[in-house]
Ligand binder design. Structure first.
Ligand code: AMP
Ligand code: MG
Length: 497
């Protein structure tokens, strides 16, 4: 009997890889080979993403895979390239940025017909490297690998991570570190800043080419709309951005560097640098040590999302009438608020809407702030609360040094639960399915990084496996849900990567 080869079990050489974005021409990309990474070794491999692109996970052991993932080879028949873009960095327009250290190998056609750009981050210098070395350090590739997979498992749109190739080659940041290359996978890496680049240089034909490429490939539903397609594109990106940021807020994720060059035209979480998951609740929290004034602090993200959409609207102003642009931008706030409220209702286990719910949520967040309660732990334990007082109540009350404000809120919450249909058990089940037990706390990432720097890659795989099931109790991995140890208070993450 012959067994059929599953379509997802292709070798790396059997992957259909085609040209994509680079076909737009030399104004958009620089054809560029990756710089070889000396004596590479495989640091991490993501079987789930391999399957997504139709690559047999056993290919992790194929030396040819490592050659590609380290930038020591590229696919035959397609050019590898770096893309140009611009962007507002911390509010200031920078007319030329670009893939300074990212090189796209090509587009892999998955068994379901989807196409995925396979991009190497840290693959050496390009025409857009400016003053930097084109490399990424192991630390930052591990952080991006883990966080993008954690976000995906939380149901948040994001670029994905296929693998990390490491090397003993030294690169110099605040201290000497070793180089690594992240294989990042996404349908497209086009950014708001890609549009800004062409608009601000008055290259309006290229701008239109870019907009049409994005619409044809990713928003074909607007193709029939004639000249209005560009306004519809803007509106859809505005909506996706608003919803994306609502999702970030509800899991306590802070991106850290919300420059327009880090904003995906597909509404994906893109470019993981000094990000963080909120622990002690504080809306003014700044995760990025390189952001002293907190432009991108947690509570600013929704506002910055709109600011960035405005920059995109300006970049599209040769294609979108002013009224249509204003209308598209006006959709941001209601979309954000609607989505946020729906997500918060789910977090609090409320199936119905009541007029005083916003006040109920606000009072809760006030109590969390006053007591600096761990955000993730709080919502996980809130699921344990019943309509009647029980012994379980202590588990959540112990998170509050001063119990009086907490108890006042809990009474109010119980009153609110009385007005809900359904029983405690059903609510608990719903809450545990949206309030993660496991998020990528900085100290967990740090443990995995320090082990990897000693060439022990087991912790990356263990942690990734835990984060892949964030809502499940994993009793054998309980410790990964623990509050940060004291040493974690000294951890600083910055733009250096
Ligand atoms: P980021 O802060 O990572 O979003 O990077 C901002 C810009 O700097 C992007 O255009 C990057 O490609 C570029 N960049 C960051 N690090 C490097 C590096 N080590 N070498 C070359 N370019 C870099
Ligand atoms: Mg970036």
């Amino acid at each position: 009997m012959t067994t059929l080869r599953a379509p997802s079990a292709r070798t790396v050489d059997a992957l259909p890889v085609v040209a994509g974005y680079d076909l737009l021409g030399e104004r958009f990309v620089e054809p560029r080979d990756p710089t070889a990474l000396p004596n590479p070794y495989l640091v991490a491999f993501n079987a789930g993403v391999a399957e997504l692109i139709g690559l047999d996970p056993a290919q992790a052991a194929n030396p040819r895979f490592l050659e590609l993932a380290s930038g020591n080879a590229r696919f035959a028949g397609v050019r590898s390239y770096a893309a140009v873009y611009a962007g507002h960095q911390f509010g200031v327009y920078v007319p030329q940025l670009g893939d300074g250290r990212a090189i796209t190998l090509g587009e892999v056609i998955a068994p379901d017909g989807e196409r995925w750009e396979w991009q190497l981050k840290g693959a050496g210098m390009t025409a857009y490297s400016r003053f930097a070395d084109g490399r990424a350090v192991l630390r930052s590739t591990v952080r991006e690998y883990l966080c993008s997979e954690a976000m995906h498992a939380l149901g948040i749109p994001t670029t994905r991570a296929l693998a990390i190739a490491g090397s003993d080659q030294l690169v110099y940041r605040e201290r000497p570190e070793t180089a690594a290359v992240l294989s990042r996978i996404a349908p497209s890496h086009v950014r708001f800043g890609t549009f800004e680049f062409f608009h601000h240089r008055d290259q309006l034909a290229e701008l239109k080419t870019l907009a049409d490429y994005v619409i044809e490939r990713f928003y074909p539903q607007f193709l029939q709309a004639g000249d209005e397609r560009f306004g519809l594109l803007l509106r859809e990106v505005v909506l996706r951005t608003a919803r994306l940021i609502a999702r970030w807020q509800t899991v306590g994720f802070q991106h850290g560097v919300l420059n327009t060059d880090n904003m995906s035209i597909l509404g994906l979480t893109l470019d993981y640098g000094p990000y963080g998951f909120m622990e002690a609740y504080d809306p003014a929290w700044i995760c990025n040590h390189s952001d002293p004034y907190g432009r991108y602090r947690f509570e600013m993200q929704p506002t910055i999302g709109l600011w960035n959409c405005r920059a995109l609207a300006v970049a599209l102003s040769s294609l979108v009438e002013k009224d249509a642009a204003l209308e598209a931008l006006a959709a941001y706030e209601p979309a954000y608020i609607d989505h946020l409220q729906a997500l918060l209702h789910a977090k609090f286990g409320l199936a119905q809407n009541a007029p005083d719910d916003v006040e109920l949520f606000t009072q809760c967040f006030r109590a969390l702030l006053d007591a600096r309660v761990d955000y993730t732990t709080f919502f996980r334990r809130l699921a344990e609360v019943s309509r009647e007082a029980t012994e379980e109540d202590d588990r959540i009350a112990e998170l509050f040094a001063d119990r009086a404000p907490w108890e006042a809120w809990l009474e109010r919450y119980r009153g609110r639960l009385e007005r809900e249909a359904g029983d405690d058990l059903a609510r608990r089940r719903r809450m545990l399915a949206v309030n993660p037990k496991y998020v990528l706390r900085n100290y967990l990432a740090q443990n995995a990084i320090e082990a990897a720097e000693r060439r022990d890659f087991g912790e990356i795989a263990r942690l990734a496996a835990v984060l892949r099931r964030p809502f499940d109790e994993q009793p054998e991995r309980d410790a990964y849900g623990s509050l940060p140890p004291d040493w974690a208070a000294g951890l600083e993450v910055s733009c250096s990567s």
